[in-house]
Design a protein around this ligand. Structure first.
Ligand code: SF4
Length: 706
């Protein structure tokens, strides 16, 4: 080891596991990455993406200077133009004629400032986030059941459970370090069982004792059947249900017809396998149910979440060591965004936009005359409003909606028609960049500084490894510059710690029983303490000692509903909205690969990460491939009314018949006609607004046609 190297402790910028990273920086500037052995998310482990982080620290493709209409500009020119166009638009058309579309990649401080700017200074709630595509159904389900958006359990519970049920989660690829923890626990404990519920067999299936390849979108039917089974086998935790919940009778009424035979018909599973799962769940007190995008990304996503929560509430298995429902988030700071009001229907610190008292608390704290009084537009509706001219000025921060939103070609048309589009990004050329009137250079991981929150409510620091490149600035500074240029007060932060202190202080302002998110212990944190802050789980209330035992919720009730009781929710089964037909007979499921991240702006520059899978593909069952005359490693055209893509064929029996899978990572930047989100209809969950990215009806043909 070089004695003059320095080590920076930071957090991985990819999945919601939120692993601690140690970056060792030599005097020459070379960076070596290792897992932080003391970080409670990973205890030194990293997956292949995290361990390749040093290879992504390149200036290749970076946006290093502001750009106005294709020409380099100064920060002064860019900030003045953005401020002037937003001010003029609001003067002519009102505050709801402007919008921000932000990202779960942003640090919490960035997210907080963006929300204060839009919901406070501009008094509109037209700010939504790409986290809408990732976990909005879990947020809505948590709020409906618990009265607040809270993940009740902690990562240790995955290791302590006797039964781990995975639903719509390819944990092995999408949260690889959590999977390693599960795998290692299972290797140590002969009595641990894993059930994997997923329409396709994945890398996660390899440790499953039971694989349930259900029909796409039929999860609610499966959990209705489980609730009925739990009732009929005497598994109701009567004391817990009577004392701490409401709604059990209604939930059971919705489940009463769901016999094994009916569930088998709806899910396509055989009754023996179903009975095995139901009996295992019924018999195992220490059961953790992990769920992710297969549950959330659905037009029935919130019902799927509540169907799972119902089974845990009914058995009192929640917030206990080794027992509870566990939503794992996709993005590194999806959870942090939820804390500072990143969604269009929230205020900061878990306060409600539609609650007049909460609005008054936030308004008074920020010191504005008013704050947004009604929820803003959720992602899909927001871009609809861009397309039809209701939104005339849009600022996109750290995300690539032309590649990632449903009906991506329609998003292109909407942006092309918009009067004024600003894009803040770390990369110069993205699918969205050509639509920008102004491009603003943001700092990437390795240059920026702040906090993120992982799936178990653990707040960790991301720290800069060195100075920023070119003119790049942190997102919060860019936002503050524009806000000040528009005449806003309250955007004079000198460093990110100032912002952290402010939202920590705001988190202590609700009445005690309402305070679900509370980090008021950090309200007066010193600059030095912020700099050396170790990962901690919220809540961390004023006067409490940090770094105590793992913090769980709800084992003894204490929900955040007005009466303190959880709600079991009746969840009638609805199949996916996009129905197959003779013209589009296959169900397309989209998702992530092990070694890539989103649209590959970072992972795409590390050659070893492309060795796993080098090009976009569609995975299809051998019998379907034969009927379509598809050749192994040949090409297929996948299409529907919304668009068409050309993909390499991967023929495997991991897919069930009638259903195909394609990864989300490739865009028009990488290969012509590879954006699979162009095929996804804009069908959304009615409560969460989350689009159905897992079940789109498509047609498949050999390409070129034979
Ligand atoms: Fe990063 Fe997630 Fe891998 Fe951990 S598991 S190193 S957070 S990508």
């Amino acid at each position: 080891m070089n004695v003059s190297s320095r080590v920076v402790q930071t957090t991985c910028p990819y999945c919601g596991t939120g692993c601690g990273v140690e970056a060792r920086i030599s005097p020459s500037g070379a960076v070596e990455i290792a897992g932080d052995p003391l970080h409670p998310a990973n205890y030194g482990r990293l997956c292949v993406k995290g361990s390749a982080l040093a290879e992504t620290l390149t200036l290749e493709g970076r946006l290093l200077h502001p750009i106005i209409k294709g020409a380099r500009a100064s920060w002064r020119e860019a900030v003045d133009l953005v401020a002037r166009r937003f001010r003029e638009t609001i003067e002519q058309h009102g505050p709801d004629s402007v919008a921000f579309y932000v990202s779960g990649q942003m640090l919490t401080e960035d997210y907080y400032v963006a929300n204060k700017f839009m919901k406070g200074f501009l008094a509109s709630a037209n700010i939504d986030t790409n986290s809408r595509l990732c976990m909005a159904s879990s947020v809505a389900g948590h709020k409906r059941a618990f009265g607040a958006d809270i993940v009740p359990n902690v990562y240790e519970d995955i290791e302590e459970a006797d039964l781990v049920v995975l639903v719509g989660s390819n944990l092995a690829w999408c949260h690889p370090v959590l999977f390693q923890r599960l795998e290692q626990a299972k290797a140590r404990r002969a009595d641990m069982r894993v059930v994997n519920i997923d329409p396709r067999r994945t890398a996660t299936s390899e440790i499953a004792d039971l694989q349930l390849s259900l029909k796409p979108g039929s999860d609610v039917a499966l959990f209705l059947g489980l609730l009925r089974f739990l009732e009929r086998t005497g598994r109701r935790h009567a004391a817990y249900v009577d004392r701490h919940t409401k709604g059990a009778d209604n939930a059971l009424l919705a489940a009463q017809d769901w016999s094994l035979t009916k569930v088998a018909a709806a899910t396509g599973l055989d009754e023996t396998a179903l009975a095995e799962f139901y009996e295992a769940f019924a018999a195992t007190e220490r059961t953790v149910t992990i769920y992710s995008q297969g549950v959330n990304q659905s037009s029935a996503g919130t019902d799927k979440v509540n169907a799972i929560l119902n089974c845990h509430l009914f058995t009192g298995r929640i917030g206990l060591p080794g027992a509870g429902p566990f939503s794992v988030t996709g993005q590194p700071n999806a959870m942090g965004g939820r804390e500072v009001g990143g969604l269009a229907n929230q205020l900061a610190c878990h306060m409600e936009l539609e609650n007049a008292r909460h609005r008054e608390i936030v308004r008074g704290f920020w010191g504005y005359e008013r704050v947004a009084a009604k929820p803003g537009l959720k992602a899909v509706d927001l871009f609809e409003a861009v397309g039809d001219g209701r939104i005339k000025a849009l600022w996109i921060i750290g995300t690539n909606p032309v590649a990632s939103l449903p009906e991506a070609d329609k998003i292109k048309r909407a942006l092309a028609a918009c009067d004024f589009v600003v894009v803040s990004d770390v990369m110069a050329e993205t699918d969205t960049a050509p639509f920008a009137h102004v491009q603003l250079p943001a700092q990437p991981w390795g240059e920026k500084d702040g906090v993120v929150t992982n799936s178990e409510r653990r707040i960790s620091r991301q720290r800069a490894l060195g100075p920023a490149a070119g003119d790049a600035m942190p997102d919060w500074q860019i936002l503050c510059s524009v806000a000040r240029a528009m005449g806003a007060k309250g955007f004079d932060y000198a460093v990110s710690a100032d912002i952290f202190r402010e939202y920590a202080a705001l988190s202590g302002h609700l009445n005690h029983g309402e305070r679900s998110f509370d980090i008021s212990a950090c309200a007066e944190i010193s600059a030095a303490a912020y700099e050396s802050l170790r990962p901690f789980q919220w809540p961390w209330r004023r006067g409490e000692t940090a770094f105590a035992r793992p913090k769980r919720f709800f084992a003894n009730g204490g929900f955040f509903t007005p009466d303190g009781r959880a709600r079991l929710v009746a969840t009638p089964y609805r199949p996916p909205q996009s129905r197959t037909s003779a013209a589009a007979p296959f169900v397309l499921n989209t998702g992530r690969l092990r070694d890539q991240w989103h649209t590959m702006t970072r992972t795409g520059v590390a050659p070893r990460l492309s060795q796993h899978v080098a090009e976009p593909f569609v995975e299809i069952h051998p019998e379907d491939a034969a009927s379509l005359k598809l050749q192994p490693a040949g090409l297929a055209r996948v299409s529907n009314a919304h668009g068409a893509v050309i993909l390499r064929t991967l023929i495997t029996d991991r897919q069930q018949r009638g259903s195909v899978f394609a990864p989300i990572h490739w865009t028009d930047q990488h290969a012509a006609a590879a954006r699979v989100d162009a095929l996804v209809a804009a069908n959304v969950d009615p409560l969460s607004g989350q689009p159905e990215l897992k079940a789109s009806a498509v047609r498949i043909e050999a390409w070129p046609a034979v």
